[in-house]
Write a protein that binds this ligand. Structure first.
Ligand code: ARG
Length: 400
C-alpha cells in the first residue's frame, strides 16, 4: 500500500519538483501523479513545463492561469492592509502560497485525488503555508512533502533524477534560490548567506541600479477606489496591468529593492533580497491616501492590525478565522479610501508629493495659519486642563 493512490503535485518545472514525480511513484507507491503548474505572472513559458511533467511520468499536466486572481484576491487585500512583514517585506512570495494551495485542493477534487504534494523542504516558510492552507480548505486531504523527508542533497537529487532519465540542469545552476511572480522576486542563498556581503548587481532583474536610472524624475498619479488601485495617470487599468506597469515604471527608477534579515516561522534568521517595485509603491500610496481619508483613531488602530495581518500572511494563516475577522475590519475601513495620490519616482525613491480626495477629512480652514483660521484657540485651554489633569495630579503628589 502506497502513501496515496492519486496525487496532485504543485509543479514548477525545476529539478526538485520534477524529481518528485518518479520519487512519489517509486518510493512512496503512488499510482498516479497529476502535476499542476500555476501561472502567477512569473514570466515562464508554461507549455514546455507542461510537457516536461508528462515526459517524466505525470499522467496529466495541468496549467492554471491564475495571475488575475492572484492580484485581485491576494495582492490587493494585502495592499489595503498595507501588509509588510517586519515592517519591510511586502510578502510577494508568501501571498502566492494560499492561492496555489487553493488550486491544488480544487484540482484534487476535480480529478478524484486522495492527496496533494509540494516540493518544499523542511526549513522554510512555504511548507507551512501550503500545509496549513490545504488543511484549512480540505482537512481530509493528505499532504505529501517528499523533499521534506528524502534527505537528499542537491547533488543527490540530481543523481536520483538522472537514474530516472531526468537530465541534470544544462547550465551551471545559479547559486541563488529565487522565487518569482508578478509581484516581484525573492532571492536568497549563495553569497547572500553572509549578511555582510553586498548583493551583487547580477541578482536584480526588475530594478535598475541607481547609477543607471534616469536623470529626471517621473511623476505618476495613482487613483484608488475603496482602497483598490484602479487608475494610473487617469487611465483605468486592470489589476494585472496596474502591477505590471508600475513594476516597469518604478523599476526603471531603481525603486523596490529590499535587503533584509528576517525571522522565519521555523525560528531561523535568513537574509533575503526582494525586488517588488510596483507593490511597494502601491502600499506607500495607499497608506498616504488613508492618512487623508481615515479618522485619527481608525488610522492609528489599523496600524496595529496591519502588523498582525502581515504576520498572518507570512505565517501561513491566510485561511484562518483571525484573518477573516481582520479582513472584515479592513474592508469596512476602506469604504471611503478613494482619491488620487501623486508619486515622484526618482533615484531609488518613491516619494508621495500630492494627494486629493472627495472624501478628504483635511479641513483647510482649521489647518491654516492664515487669516481664514476657523479654529477656536480659546477652546484649547480647557482641553489642555482636562487632558493634563492626571499628569498634574501625579506631579503634585511626587514633587509636592
Ligand atoms: N523568505 C521569503 C518568504 O518566506 C521568500 C522565500 C522565497 N524563496 C526563495 N527561494 N527565495 O516569503
Amino acid at each position: 500500500m502506497g502513501r496515496a493512490t492519486k496525487v496532485v503535485l504543485a509543479y514548477s518545472g525545476g529539478v526538485d519538483t520534477t524529481v518528485c514525480i518518479p520519487y512519489l511513484k517509486q518510493e512512496w507507491g503512488v499510482e498516479e501523479v497529476i502535476t499542476l503548474a500555476a501561472d502567477l505572472g512569473q514570466g515562464d513559458e508554461l507549455k514546455p513545463i507542461q510537457e516536461k511533467a508528462l515526459k517524466y511520468g505525470a499522467s496529466k499536466s495541468l496549467v492554471a492561469d491564475a495571475t488575475a486572481t492572484f492580484v485581485k484576491d491576494y495582492a490587493f487585500p494585502a495592499i489595503q492592509a498595507n501588509a509588510l512583514y517586519e515592517n519591510r517585506y511586502p510578502l510577494c512570495t508568501a501571498l502566492a502560497r494560499p492561492l496555489i494551495a487553493k488550486l491544488l485542493v480544487a484540482a484534487a477534487a476535480e480529478h478524484g485525488a486522495d492527496a496533494v504534494a509540494h516540493g518544499c523542504t523542511g526549513k522554510g516558510n512555504d511548507q507551512v503555508r501550503f500545509d496549513v492552507s490545504i488543511a484549512a480548505l480540505n482537512p481530509n486531504l493528505k499532504v505529501l512533502a517528499p523533499a521534506r523527508e528524502w534527505g537528499m542533497s542537491r547533488e543527490e537529487t540530481i543523481a536520483y533524477g538522472e537514474k530516472c532519465g531526468i537530465p541534470s540542469p544544462v547550465k551551471k545552476s545559479s547559486p541563488y534560490s529565487i522565487d518569482r511572480n508578478l509581484l516581484g522576486r525573492s532571492i536568497e542563498a549563495g553569497p547572500l548567506e553572509d549578511p555582510w556581503n553586498e548583493p551583487p548587481e547580477e541578482i536584480y532583474l526588475l530594478t535598475k541600479a541607481i547609477a543607471d536610472t534616469p536623470a529626471e524624475p517621473a511623476y505618476v498619479e495613482i487613483g484608488f477606489e475603496r482602497g483598490i488601485p484602479t487608475t494610473l495617470n487617469g487611465k483605468p487599468l486592470s489589476p494585472v496591468e496596474m502591477i505590471s506597469q508600475l513594476n516597469h515604471l518604478a523599476g526603471t527608477h531603481g525603486i523596490g529593492r529590499i535587503d533584509m534579515l528576517e525571522n522565519r516561522l521555523v525560528g531561523i534568521k535568513s537574509r533575503e533580497i526582494y525586488e517588488t517595485p510596483g507593490l511597494i509603491v502601491l502600499i506607500q500610496a495607499h497608506r498616504d491616501l488613508e492618512s487623508l481619508t481615515l479618522t485619527k483613531d481608525v488610522t492609528q488602530y489599523k496600524r496595529g492590525i496591519e502588523e498582525t495581518y502581515g504576520q498572518l500572511i507570512y505565517n501561513g494563516l491566510w485561511y484562518s478565522p483571525l484573518k477573516s475577522a481582520i479582513d472584515a475590519f479592513i474592508q469596512q475601513t476602506q469604504e471611503r479610501v478613494s482619491g488620487i495620490v501623486r508619486v515622484k519616482l526618482f533615484k531609488g525613491n518613491a516619494t508621495i508629493v500630492g494627494r486629493k480626495s472627495a472624501q478628504s477629512l483635511y479641513a483647510p480652514d482649521l489647518a491654516t495659519y492664515g487669516a481664514e483660521d476657523a479654529f477656536d484657540h480659546k477652546a484649547a485651554e480647557g482641553f489642555i486642563y482636562v487632558w493634563g489633569l492626571p499628569t498634574r495630579i501625579w506631579s503634585e503628589k511626587i514633587k509636592g
